[in-house]
Design a protein around this ligand. Structure first.
Ligand code: UD1
Length: 438
């Protein structure tokens, strides 16, 4: 068993480069299925989920050329792609569901395993299913798989989502680009990753209006062409470093993501006492010509508590909620976090309490009373962000913290340990023996 061993406390100082967003690149890779030929995606992060998506596409018949160091994935899509995404891969990575829309759109059939529940709650897929049905597909659940078919192809429709689901918006747009006629998605999600996917689809020849708004209008085309596309920077990873700077009283320059992708987040960090400014050569919109737009975050001696409600973009992202709780746990006062997207995102809190954090949960609220300092302990990561949140808490704690479940962290953060070390943290990845009495 591997663990991250951290000797805290530490104030992080230095500069970091953030590459492409996990939550975009996986969908961009799925979108390549829409056009036969060789598509190339760049600014790809070296994370485990990219390797899982490579394998999924390989099993669908694609040729994959993945260069982790260069950050590129080339996908050679055959004329006839397979239609089955196995449970073996889907259970490892929920985002596998994003091949459903492209497969139904292009092959008019798909069999995609239904992911189970996970540590951040039961996550429905009804909007994916109903949306595809509105587009004319028949979708049934058979032996743990969504089996979708539309022998005569999909046809455009009006779809109003009851909630701006990121995954459903993406799947429906990817299905609609090759459907006959016009599709309107009302109450669409507006996350920067969705904008990124829409831009890639447009570069492939798709017709999409309203990109970045909650009303997307897609006019179907006959076929799409392969493309080269640079993935948008990972705002959640950038946000992670920004929280680390403020919570530890450090000073981090973060390149690869402009401030404009973190509305609300940087405002909250300023409330906590952080000072934020653009790095030289950047404007806050992250000008198109800047190679690596970025910003610098400096933290106070001790942060002020912040009150945060998670909401769909441009609201405060749910994926940064563990960092809010970690920051509040050492803040000078009481902070309240309200989780509005996922129902059971609290496993992290039990672990954080082992470090001495004072958190009380009431429904979807977490009330945190800041303490002077946390004390190191052994804790376990239950998902990607919870894992990174525990590492941050370990940096705030006195003494040694060991975070297990590091495979979760590897799914979303490239070179996490080397990057933390470069910023001055005392952290290493160590092997611990499994218990031998079982
Ligand atoms: C994506 C992100 C995840 C992020 C989330 C919200 C990826 C790979 N993951 O997840 O990191 O936390 O957006 O920003 O991009 N829901 C339904 N029925 C559906 C679809 C969703 O009830 O058909 C519910 C979910 O249970 C959840 C909420 O809607 O409570 C949000 O889910 P959604 O926006 O779809 O998130 P994901 O795409 O799964």
């Amino acid at each position: 068993m591997e663990v991250f061993a951290i000797d805290g406390p530490a104030a992080l100082r230095g500069e970091i480069v953030v590459r492409g967003a996990k939550n975009s690149v996986l969908k961009l890779m799925a979108a390549t299925l829409l056009a036969p030929g060789r598509s190339v995606i760049s600014n790809v992060p070296a994370i485990a989920d990219v390797r899982i998506m490579c394998e999924l596409l390989r099993r669908l018949g694609c040729g994959i050329d993945y260069d982790a160091a260069a950050g590129t994935v080339a996908v050679e899509v055959p004329t006839e792609v397979g239609i089955t995404a196995d449970y073996e891969l889907v259970r490892l990575m929920r985002a596998s569901i994003s091949v459903l829309g492209p497969l139904v759109g292009r092959m008019h059939a798909a069999e995609v395993a239904v992911p189970g529940g996970d540590a951040i709650g039961s996550r429905g897929l009804d909007m994916h299913q109903h949306g595809l049905e509105r587009l004319g597909a028949q979708v049934t659940l058979e032996h743990g798989y969504f089996v979708a078919s539309a022998p005569a192809g999909l046809r455009g429709a009006e779809i109003e989502l009851p909630f701006p689901s990121v995954g459903a918006t993406e799947n429906l747009v990817m299905a609609a680009v090759l459907a006959a006629g016009e599709t309107v998605v009302e109450n669409a999600a507006r996350e920067p990753e969705i904008v990124d996917i829409c831009r890639m689809l447009v570069a492939m020849g798709a017709r999409i209006e309203g990109i970045g708004t909650s009303r997307l209008v897609v006019t179907g085309v006959e076929s799409l062409a392969p493309v080269s596309h640079r993935c948008v920077g990972d705002r959640i990873v950038a946000g992670t470093w920004a929280f680390a700077a403020v919570a530890t009283g450090g000073d981090i320059g973060i390149r690869g993501v402009p401030q404009a992708l973190l509305p609300n987040v940087l405002d909250k960090l300023a409330e906590a006492g952080g000072r934020i400014e653009d790095l030289p050569g950047t404007d806050s919109q992250g000008s198109a010509t800047a190679e690596a737009p970025g910003f610098r975050v400096r933290g106070p001696r001790r942060p002020q508590p912040i009150h945060v409600s998670t909401l769909p973009f441009p609201g405060f992202p749910t994926d940064l909620q563990p960092f809010v709780i970690a920051l509040n746990s050492v803040a000078d006062g009481v902070g309240l976090l309200t989780e509005n997207l996922f129902e059971a995102r609290w496993r992290f809190v039990n672990e954080l309490s082992r470090l001495g954090a004072k958190v009380s949960i009431d429904g979807n609220h977490a009330l945190v009373t800041g303490v002077e300092s946390l004390s190191g302990a052994e804790v376990e990561a239950s998902d990607i962000r919870a894992g990174a949140g525990l590492v941050l808490a370990g940096l705030l704690a006195h003494g040694r913290t060991e975070v297990s479940g590091v495979d979760h962290i590897d799914r979303g953060y490239e070179d996490f340990v080397p990057k933390l070390r470069a910023l001055g943290a005392s952290i290493s990845r160590i092997e611990k023996p499994e218990p031998d009495f079982l």
